[in-house]
Write a protein that binds this ligand. Structure first.
Ligand SMILES: NC(=O)c1ccc[n+]([C@@H]2O[C@H](COP(=O)([O-])OP(=O)(O)OC[C@H]3O[C@@H](n4cnc5c(N)ncnc54)[C@H](OP(=O)(O)O)[C@@H]3O)[C@@H](O)[C@H]2O)c1
Length: 305
């Protein structure tokens, strides 16, 4: 069953990588209200760690919420566990209480990092077992949201890339490596499923009408290690990537990552939702758009023949 589209949707984390795409998508469908410390003056500019921001959220006029705000870098979460916990867990719990209090639908954004990556692919009801603190905070947030708000979808998504202006580290790193020209070792052991933020925004919009209470996974299905991702970017751009080398030793990051958190999307399909496109197909569009202006999309074009 599909419901009418909500009139006013609060979007936390609206200035981030995903929030920017969600704002863009919802702008064509309803009235989205951006919430973040850097939100435009006509939005709700505020810090979710401050009580005053929550008072303003409670007082504002909205009938659905998309909760994107989080510290998503495992390293940053590790460096400041207290702030990560307050934002990733406590703010999510508070958002769920606010949504429940006005019977508003909430789409809470979670992550494939709630899984340990040892037994892919993962369905929505499979056991979670995060391998780092970021994943732990996101798992606890899921439980807090579902226990406080019966009108909530917890949407788990994998590694994201997107279009400017939001910074897209996955894409920037891949492009930097693919265009480096000098020998470059990249991990070829940890598998990700790069998914475009615009495709996730489509799923969010779908869920605001379809209103499934519980977990939903949305993910592209094509796997890529960091090495394969850079190779793919190089191939699409027509760059020589012979400088790229596979690294199969211990990954160079300090905070552990799950090895393969492939998310099954059967539930999304059954609900009739849009399944994100695979990166080999979607990247052509993303890179094409980026370089359509004759090469001002970044420094990369200048560095490579
Ligand atoms: N990016 C990925 O690859 C990925 C993968 C899986 C899941 N996710 C999940 O997707 C969601 C969105 O991630 P993202 O990549 O879009 O993150 P992001 O680009 O880092 O954006 C984070 C957003 O949160 C806001 N924020 C941070 N601290 C805040 C605070 N104290 N008060 C209010 N707002 C605050 C930021 O805005 P201001 O700085 O302006 O306040 C920004 O809009 C997160 O829940 C994340 O866990 C992301």
């Amino acid at each position: 069953m599909e419901y009418d589209f909500p009139c006013c949707v609060l979007v936390t984390g609206a200035t981030g990588l995903l929030g920017t795409a969600v704002m863009e998508k919802l702008a064509g469908l309803t009235h989205p209200i951006p919430v973040s410390r850097g939100a435009p003056p006509d939005g709700l500019r505020g810090d979710l760690l401050e009580v005053e921001t929550w008072e303003r959220i409670r007082a504002a006029d909205w009938d659905a919420a998309v909760h994107c705000a989080a510290i998503r870098s495992p390293e940053r979460c590790e460096e400041n566990r207290d702030v990560a916990y307050r934002l990733n867990v406590e703010a999510a719990a508070r958002m769920a209480e606010c949504a429940a209090a006005r019977n508003a639908w909430m789409v809470h954004i979670s992550t494939d990092y709630v899984f340990d990556g040892e037994r892919p692919p993962y369905g929505e009801e499979d056991a979670t077992a995060p391998v780092n603190f970021y994943g732990e905070t996101k798992r606890e947030a899921e439980q807090e949201v579902l226990s406080r708000c019966r009108t909530a979808t917890v949407l788990r998504i994998p590694a994201l890339y997107g279009d400017p202006p939001a910074p897209s580290p996955l894409l920037e790193e891949g492009m930097a490596a693919a265009s480096a020209g000098t020998e470059c070792f990249l991990d070829d052991t940890i598998v990700r499923y790069p998914t475009h933020t615009g495709d996730v925004a489509d799923v969010v919009a779908f869920l605001l009408r379809r209103r499934f209470a519980g977990f939903v996974h949305a993910s592209a299905q094509r796997a890529a290690t960091r090495y394969e991702w850079a190779r793919l970017i190089g191939e699409i751009m027509g760059w020589n990537t012979s400088h790229l080398r596979r690294s199969i030793g211990r990954p160079d990051r300090l905070v552990p990552r799950p090895r393969d958190t492939h998310l099954k999307v059967d539930r999304l399909r059954q609900l009739g939702g849009p399944v994100p496109r695979d990166c080999n197909e979607r990247l052509i569009e993303t890179l094409g758009k980026r370089f359509a202006d004759g090469g001002t999309g970044g420094p990369f074009r200048k560095r490579r023949p």
